[in-house]
Design a protein around this ligand. Structure first.
Ligand SMILES: [Zn+2]
Ligand SMILES: [Zn+2]
Length: 281
């Protein structure tokens, strides 16, 4: 099996535009409103939208919700800048496939931060040849609304127009550009530290995996619980990633609130989600 990659020039270009736009924050007088908006949007799009809606919901099916909620969360997740539901699912499947197999050590374990940064699936269309079946992405691809969300320029353009109308250039620079740059770069940091041998800790050993992920508390705090990544590799379909008493998992807290409001049900328990190949160290 061979890993083939093609550069996603459109994503690279958008990434550069966002960084260029974020530099405006140094030249425009910041406002309290604009910074509050950026932080709020980081939580709403990155936490509620991407971590809860796209990652734990659509990709891992770790809880059930109404279809309209899936669509709302998918819109929010796409606006995080981390990718739409279909591309996120395809990337996730491929990374997970490589990390779960002993064959792909060089792809699964980052050698340096910048090497890993330039290798981020955000910039590359990666496929395996021959391609193993990816049923989750195939199901998501059948939904026209999700296919529409994959047009990153459309989603970003609409968000830019809305923010500019509401608060002018300062809202656009902080609420879109700086916030997307923060999200993408924080998740690049997460990707490196949570897949590197040198950082964090492991609760589980996963037999046959080239990378079992690492638990890194500071990364977990900044990425809504995603940084409890060794737990996630061991229990991928658990909506709860921080399973220890002091393992703060903001994404799971959001799911619990949704559950209490009747917006999430069939929450899979961590022990039900444990991979048969995972063993507590
Ligand atoms: Zn991982
Ligand atoms: Zn996952």
């Amino acid at each position: 099996m061979r890993l083939v990659r093609r550069a996603k020039y459109s994503n690279i270009f958008l990434h550069l535009i966002m960084h260029a736009g974020a530099t405006l924050c140094f030249f425009i007088r910041p406002s309290y409103d604009a910074i509050t908006l950026a932080i709020t949007l980081y939580v709403v799009t990155g936490g509620l939208g991407w971590s809860v809606g796209i990652h734990r919901g659509l990709i891992h099916n770790s809880f059930s919700t109404y279809r309209f909620m899936e669509n709302i969360l998918a819109v929010l997740g796409t606006l995080s800048g981390l990718g739409g539901p279909i591309s996120s699912s395809r990337t996730h499947f491929l990374r997970d496939f490589c990390q779960s197999s002993p064959e792909f050590t060089t792809t699964s374990l980052p050698s340096s931060f910048w090497r890993n940064y330039l290798d981020l699936p955000f910039f590359w269309e990666m496929t395996l040849e021959p391609a193993p079946p990816d049923r989750v992405s195939e199901l998501l691809e059948k939904r026209w609304f999700f296919r529409l969300l994959e047009n990153r320029w459309l989603a970003t353009g609409l968000m830019a127009a809305l923010l500019y109308t509401l608060g002018g250039l300062v809202y656009l620079a902080w609420g879109l550009c700086a916030r997307v740059v923060l999200t993408v770069n924080l998740f690049a940091i997460f990707d490196f530290y949570c897949h590197s041998h040198k950082h964090g800790s492991q609760r589980f050993e996963i037999e046959g995996a080239s990378c079992g992920g690492r638990n890194v508390w500071l990364v977990a705090l900044l990425t809504f619980g995603e940084g409890w990544h060794n737990n996630h590799h061991a229990m991928p379909s658990s909506p709860r990633m921080g399973i220890g008493e002091i393992e703060i998992d903001i994404g799971y807290s959001i799911i619990q609130i949704m559950h209490r409001c009747g917006l999430a049900w069939n929450l899979i328990k961590p022990n039900e989600a444990l991979k048969p190949t995972a063993r507590q160290i």
